[in-house]
Design a protein around this ligand. Structure first.
Ligand SMILES: C[S@@+](CC[C@H](N)C(=O)[O-])C[C@H]1O[C@@H](n2cnc3c(N)ncnc32)[C@H](O)[C@@H]1O
Length: 266
């Protein structure tokens, strides 16, 4: 097994339960926005890649015929299954699958979703190509992931300043969670999805407010690491500060991470 895959399974395996209740995953604005833009149909067969605790799969389930909720981490699949049971959803199937090698036939799905996960994937072109392959002609690809700053998300800075801020953002994420790979910029997503052959119908940037402490603790970072992460947010300047937008409220630290959303058709 690749080092990336086993790191992901170790990190998410140990912290699976936190994702069932995490507000940014369970209630994030991108969830409803995906449904509004995709407009799912009753007869659809859907694949949710890297389902985590299942929030995206379960949000689509009431609108379609069947959802396959897939992930490489058994503990996350167990959390997702628990959540589906608690909501009385019976049209969701839970399956172990690697996003880079989806175990499904060509043209199997009307919709492939993937939300807040590709920043862990070792090969984005392979993941996008796999999503394209398993979709029926005319099928929809709906992607949301945390993005790094560029001109689109964080205007008013030079290319070099934004490049440095994107590097610092990814190093910050990796410090909190060693299974973090890389957040792409929204332009990199647009390019990767078009180059796979998709026609893009919507691209949006959704700001996401993060309460620092629960976010820092969710992946089990120790006290020293949390202090280091806080120092990065508080000490940020220039493009990185404009991207993080740190603020204190009621004695708590909040900052922002942007999500990029792309809807495309095969
Ligand atoms: C933050 S969670 C996903 C959140 C979820 N999609 C949602 O909407 O709430 C990230 C998930 O990606 C999964 N993952 C990471 N790399 C993967 C891969 N190569 N293939 C499939 N799943 C993967 C992890 O196991 C984890 O469950």
């Amino acid at each position: 097994m690749s080092e990336t895959k086993s790191l992901v399974q170790k990190q998410f395996g140990a912290h699976a339960a936190g994702y069932a209740t995490s507000p940014v995953h369970a209630k994030g604005a991108s969830l409803q926005r995906l449904i509004d833009l995709v407009r799912p149909e009753k007869h659809w067969r859907v694949l949710d890649v890297a389902t985590g605790a299942g929030h995206t799969a379960l949000a689509f389930a009431p609108h379609v015929a069947e959802v396959i909720a897939s992930d490489i981490t058994d503990e996350m699949l167990a959390e997702a299954e628990k959540l589906a049971k608690s909501r009385g959803l019976e049209n969701v199937i839970f399956e172990k699958a690697d996003a880079m090698a989806l175990p499904y036939d060509d043209g199997s799905f009307d919709l492939v979703t993937c939300r807040i996960a590709p920043h862990h994937f070792p090969d984005i072109p392979k993941f996008v190509a796999e999503s394209y392959r398993v979709l029926k002609p005319g099928g929809t690809f709906a992607l949301v992931d945390n993005i790094s700053p560029d001109e689109g998300s964080t205007p008013g800075f030079t290319k070099d300043e934004l490049h440095e801020a994107a590097k610092a953002h990814n190093a910050f994420e990796k410090l909190r969670d060693p299974s973090h790979g890389r957040c792409l910029t929204i332009e990199e997503w647009r390019t990767a999805i078009s180059e796979a052959g998709f026609s893009i119908s919507a691209v949006e940037i959704l700001p996401k407010e993060i309460e620092f402490i629960p976010w820092a603790e969710r992946m089990g970072a120790d006290k020293a690491t949390i202090a280091q992460l806080e120092a990065v947010v508080m000490g940020s300047s220039g493009a990185l500060r404009a991207f993080f937008r740190p603020r204190q409220q009621g004695g708590k630290l909040y900052f922002s991470l942007d999500e990029g959303l792309v809807i495309a058709r095969k």
